[in-house]
Write a protein that binds this ligand. Structure first.
Ligand SMILES: Cc1cc2nc3c(=O)[nH]c(=O)nc-3n(C[C@H](O)[C@H](O)[C@H](O)COP(=O)(O)O)c2cc1C
Length: 185
């Protein structure tokens, strides 16, 4: 027996993206976005409400960063999803997150989050979704393995679980993509 839940915005795993932008006065903002992902091979799409400070900042600066929330920073990553820079000028200070300007785009990298995409705004489409070009992937050496690539034993991104409004850390490796299925060819 299967159970039907109707039409829900459920996807597994759903990301926890922390969008970094600059406000008009040069201070930084960050917000939590679970509705977003890849769009084509070099683009991202974010479903952002028009009223968010982040959305206005992306329109004004033409750029943003997408960091991946990790298990070590659940509290500040949730906080930036609860509080708007429209109402709280000290949002970043209260979050405890620190920023460094991206060398590639007019947007801040979050120092505490080790993996980020640096993006230029391409357009905001007819549904209000933000589409950006990935111009660089920035990875802190703390999560690099001996082969110089991102090591999933060190990087612990979290996923948003929409049924219980929970965050889960991604688990262990269970297979090899583009390879394991070949056993059934
Ligand atoms: C788990 C989680 C996921 C969220 N996902 C989104 C999202 O995908 N799109 C969106 O517009 N807001 C989303 N939000 C809400 C924004 O992060 C929140 O309104 C934030 O305060 C906006 O900040 P800003 O106005 O400083 O940009 C999410 C919040 C949480 C806690």
């Amino acid at each position: 027996m299967r159970k039907d839940f109707g039409a829900k915005p459920w996807l597994y795993p759903q990301p926890v993206l922390i969008i970094g932008t600059y406000n008009e006065d040069g201070t930084a903002d960050a917000m939590n976005a679970a509705w977003g992902g890849l769009y084509d091979s070099n683009k991202v799409v974010l479903c952002l409400s028009a009223g968010h400070k982040t959305t206005a900042n992306i329109r004004a600066q033409g750029a943003f960063t997408v960091s991946f929330a990790d298990a070590a920073h659940v509290v500040p990553c949730d906080y930036v999803g609860l509080v708007s820079a429209n109402n709280e000028s000290g949002k970043m200070e209260k979050s405890g997150l620190h920023v460094t300007k991206s060398a590639f785009v007019e947007a801040p990298l979050i120092d505490e989050l080790p993996v980020a995409l640096e993006c230029k705004l391409i357009r905001i489409n007819e549904d209000g979704n933000v589409i950006g070009e990935i111009v660089n992937v920035s990875v802190d050496e703390s999560v690099l393995g001996e082969d110089g690539n991102l090591d999933m034993a060190k990087f612990r991104p979290i996923s948003f679980e929409p049924v219980h409004n929970a965050y889960h850390v991604l688990g262990e490796k269970v297979g090899n993509a583009f390879r394991d299925g070949a056993a059934l060819k």
